[in-house]
Design a protein around this ligand. Structure first.
Ligand code: UDP
Ligand code: MG
Length: 321
């Protein structure tokens, strides 16, 4: 059977979601059926198994057999865990629909919002409908605090408009999908990529829901590393810290020098004050190491980018059928 272009592709990255995935697909199927009846829409689901260690792949295969023809399931399974960003990229590049949605498998992105998103994207002059959660309820306070600080900081120092509380749940038109696919960088930070490509976005706020099953794969530490990735990927401002700090220190040193010379001329040259000297040396050494570290971060990312490694490797899939 020849593959007919579906109206809407739904891209779902899955990492150890054997419990959530069937629940999610059931719900998605219900919504899709409803939209088929009202707007005569056909759907395609692109499931990406991001190297799961549980029965996620088996579940995908089973669901692909079960679901009806107007709701095609296409799946690919990675050779190992490449991360959600890589899974999203893989899904987007294999999605064939004129409209493409990206969703999580854990029901935190409720499929019931899809009809509303579809209505907006077809009636209003926008290129994508994106969702934003309105509260950070149920999240540890310290995590919320750091998240807020991160969004304030990155928006100050980067050109990409990165929205606090934005989820990766979006419905996009084809040109925007192609723009995202044209960004082939290895170090992917999708919140920044969405902001960077531009296009007209309509935000749809909704109240945060908890995942149906399983656990989040994000620890505080992994989020912290991810935020550093985001900053390095979308801003070069940290690189100028060295120049700014260096200039400031030169100015301070200049006045200190004049002060010391004048003092020595007026009052002679008593040799003491080594503790202050030691602190100054340690302070400046610290700043130098900090700046070197920042440069190292960028260098490391540049190194990875220049290798042009594939973003992901597929072990098994039904994409060519
Ligand atoms: N995910 C993935 N690869 C990973 C981690 C997560 O494909 O390495 C998927 C996961 O299966 C889910 C989505 O990305 O569909 C969001 O993950 P999670 O719910 O853990 O993140 P949170 O909602 O807590 O931000
Ligand atoms: Mg989740």
């Amino acid at each position: 059977m020849e593959h007919k272009r579906p109206d809407i592709s739904i891209v779902v990255p899955c990492y150890n979601e054997e419990e959530s995935l069937p629940l999610f697909l059931r719900e998605l199927e219900r919504v899709a059926e409803q939209m088929r009846q009202t707007d005569d829409l056909t759907f395609e689901v692109v499931l990406i198994d991001d190297g799961s260690t549980d029965g996620t792949l088996a579940t995908m295969k089973r669901e692909a057999q079960r679901l009806p023809a107007h709701f095609t399931v296409r799946w690919a399974s990675f050779s190992r865990n490449f991360g959600k960003e890589a899974a999203l990229y893989a899904g987007l590049s294999h999605a064939t629909g004129e409209l493409v949605a990206t969703m999580d498998a854990d029901m935190q992105d409720p499929p019931s919002l899809l009809p509303e998103m579809y209505r907006i994207i077809t009636t209003e002059d926008v290129d994508n409908v994106a969702t934003r959660r309105t509260t950070r309820e149920g999240e540890p306070p310290i995590r919320s605090l750091f998240a807020r600080m991160f969004y304030k900081l990155i928006n100050k120092i980067s050109k990409a408009d990165i929205v606090d509380g934005a989820r990766d749940f979006r419905l996009m038109k084809r040109p925007m999908v192609d723009a995202i696919l044209s960004m082939r960088e290895y170090n992917r930070f999708s919140k920044g990529i969405y902001g960077w490509v531009g296009f007209k976005t309509r935000w749809l706020p909704y109240v945060n829901v908890n995942r149906v099953a399983g656990e989040t794969k994000w620890s505080f530490f992994s989020l912290l590393l991810y935020s550093i990735d985001g900053i390095v990927a979308f801003s070069t401002v940290p690189l100028s810290i060295a120049s700014v700090a260096g200039t400031l220190l030169c100015i301070v040193a200049f006045f200190a020098l004049i002060f010391i010379i004048v003092r020595a001329l007026l009052f002679g040259d008593p040799v003491d004050g080594w503790p202050s000297l030691a602190s100054i040396i340690i302070f400046i050494g610290g700043i130098q190491l900090l700046c070197l570290g920042i440069m190292g971060q960028y260098l490391a990312k540049t190194y990875l980018e220049t290798k042009h490694r594939p973003l992901y490797i597929v072990r098994e899939s039904n994409l060519d059928e």
